[in-house]
Design a protein around this ligand. Sequence first.
Ligand code: ZN
Length: 489
Amino acid sequence: MRMSHARMYERLLAGDADYNGRFFTGVLTTGIYCLPSCKARKPKSENVRFFPSCEAARNAGLRACKKCHPDDYARGADPVLETIETVVNEVRADPAAFADARAVVRRSGFGVTRAFELFRQHYHSTPADLLLRARIDAAKRQLLGTNASAADIAFAAGFESLSAFHENFLRLNGLTPSAYRDLATGHTFSISLPKDYPLPFLRRALSRDVHSLTEKLEGDTYTSAVHLNSEPTLLRLHLSAASIVAEVLGAWAARPQTSLNAGGPPALPQVHALVIGLLGLDQDAAAFARLAHKLGLARLVAGRPGLRLSQVSTVFDGLLWSIIGQQINFPFACLLRRRLVERAGTPLADGLYAPPFPAAVAALEPADLRALQFSRQKADYVIATARLVVEGKLDLTALRTMSATRAERTLLAIHGLGPWSVNYLMMRALGFADCVPLGDTGVTSGLQTLLKLDPRPDVDATRRLMAVFSPYRSLATAHLWQFNQPSPT
Ligand SMILES: [Zn+2]
């Protein structure tokens, strides 16, 4: 609890849920302690005392609030969240057991309106969309793991018609079910792009650091050093307006697929997942563009209604970006990351390096990074976080399937990760749709221009203004980042 009384009181007035667990609010006049986000009437500053834990509040003679249940929160218990998580796990394990979205809502035990609110809050999604994606994922496993026909697989996953299966499969994966099945044996594949896909913006994203050591874009050829089955590998994409052709270079490509598969999942489906993330192809750009029009803010998406948010290739790399990028300008962040990559990454062909593995960063000492111009704090945070991963205290793979709420809480509990870093990571590496990196200058200056505001909005104003874009605030952020920039050619 390193914050000042004034700062905590300000967060209490704002009802800021990001600060839940970071301190507890005791109200001396009522004898009750609360979470900062409690909806109960706000006490006067002089009647408030802040506590680092529930226990400290109880020791001071206070009782837990019956509205916000601070003890449950501190224990990690959240019965409503747990109910929704259980339902989602059931849907993912056996989507065919749910006839439709109504069945998902019924299973939750909540009314329709409340269930929609909870799915939006905790998964940034709707019951229907979660069910659809679970069906597609189940079908993908069957396509790779069995010889069953596409029709049998579609019906077993719960699709009612083969055309709905094909249409959704193609939209979310950029290829047909049979082309997906071919990934098990091939070395290359082609992703077809939707008509409105704004390739110039992808090119901008892929060359955002022109001196990058992990990726380079030359003409229409993009080469990226990635990890496949924990092995550093070069991935090459050939970009064109209609499609992206992907191939794996080097030792991987030369070896037969069967030896690649020894002990791990097939490599090419993994490459496919990575490329879909890079393109942001499974994000609902059309829905966000419709929302922007409905809000009378068509200018936010003008010229790039199909914009997606490109995902970084590993969660750990996203984590490094989210710590390195804190409170410094983008060119300096790129410089620090390049130095870290050179120090701890894996050199491959063409002067490219695969991004560092957690173990390589965990083995560094803060002085090593200080020598690369990292601030003392950044050096400590980067190394301490890598060590958490290596020691198994932070499971990066598990973050991908957690609810957004659980992922956010897990990450906020890590020393050195604040709301900006956590939301940045959640939208750039975990694919959550409704995040805002609060305090981001690109977002605030984008909002300022978009809404003709003076002065530039602060964190609370940003939170308020961004609320209208829910549940697509990650895409809203992507557009705001572009809003003050000239269009790419
Ligand atoms: Zn309360």
